[in-house]
Ligand binder design. Sequence first.
Ligand SMILES: O[C@H]1[C@H](O)[C@@H](O)[C@H](O)[C@@H](O)[C@H]1O
Ligand SMILES: [Fe+2]
Ligand SMILES: [Fe+2]
Length: 299
Amino acid sequence: MHYYLTTNASRALDEISDNIDHVNVLRGNLWNEESKFDQEKDKAHFRDYDAACDRVKNFYKEQHEKQTVEFNIKARAAFNSKQQIRMSIWEAMEMLDTLIDESDPDTDLSQIEHLLQTAEAIRRDGKPEWMQVTGLVHDLGKLLFLFGSQGQWDVVGDTFVVGCKFSDKIIYPHTFEGNPDCQDPIYSTEHGIYEHHCGLDNVMLSWGHDEYLYHVLKNQSSLPDDALAMIRYHSFYPWHREGAYAHLMNEKDHKYLEAVRAFNPYDLYSKSDDSCDPAKLRPYYEKLIAKFFPPVLDW
Ligand SMILES: O[C@H]1[C@H](O)[C@@H](O)[C@H](O)[C@@H](O)[C@H]1O
Ligand SMILES: [Fe+2]
Ligand SMILES: [Fe+2]
């Protein structure tokens, strides 16, 4: 059906619709401001380790006492000599789904949901495909728990450098008192076994899901270096959030720091987003997976 309007009537209509647009823009701005405010307010609730439950506190006490240089050398040797399991990225996501992360004060959601929420938040912001798929896989290293870890303390939680003084920027720093490396004349010094600005590539980060997944993917994906850095350092909060370990960084690490910081909000704050439906999202992400990974990988 067509309406024929006089010029005046049509001008009047345009004006009304302009006004409505204007009101909508204003309303939109207001809404954005309010939701920005809510988001800032909400952010303070994340990673509140003082208020965390005993499960989290006990987890970190155990981890901080047991992540020694000796353990880290053994964990890497075991990783290099172990028999490998072959499966696809999606199979790995499904396999991981049974794990509930004891170190995490912010979510009891399944791991597949956390991976999808992270990827979806990155996608919503219009970030590139390689970053979306990085969000999708970043915690798959937690499979270590099903592949012969000693518990969760050598799989999840924040990471830190071993082989030099434990930084006081690590959460619950006093719990390192029970770590024998604190008594070691070399490991307990500022630089420990490392040279000034040797590069994070040359230091031993506490063994867990970041380090494991980095080694699994570095030769089995076409992800860019920034993506591999996001995976390898995403739990390294004393570094990427608190600014510790500057004396061990080299030139390249400054670039990686930027990448990891860009990734972090998606990992952390997407934990409060609406839940995702894996079956619905699968076709989209299978296509992305196929662009960056072989059909099956060695784990
Ligand atoms: O509890 C969490 C969880 O284990 C994450 O996967 C890890 O990346 C974080 O650093 C940690 O705080
Ligand atoms: Fe993680
Ligand atoms: Fe995560």
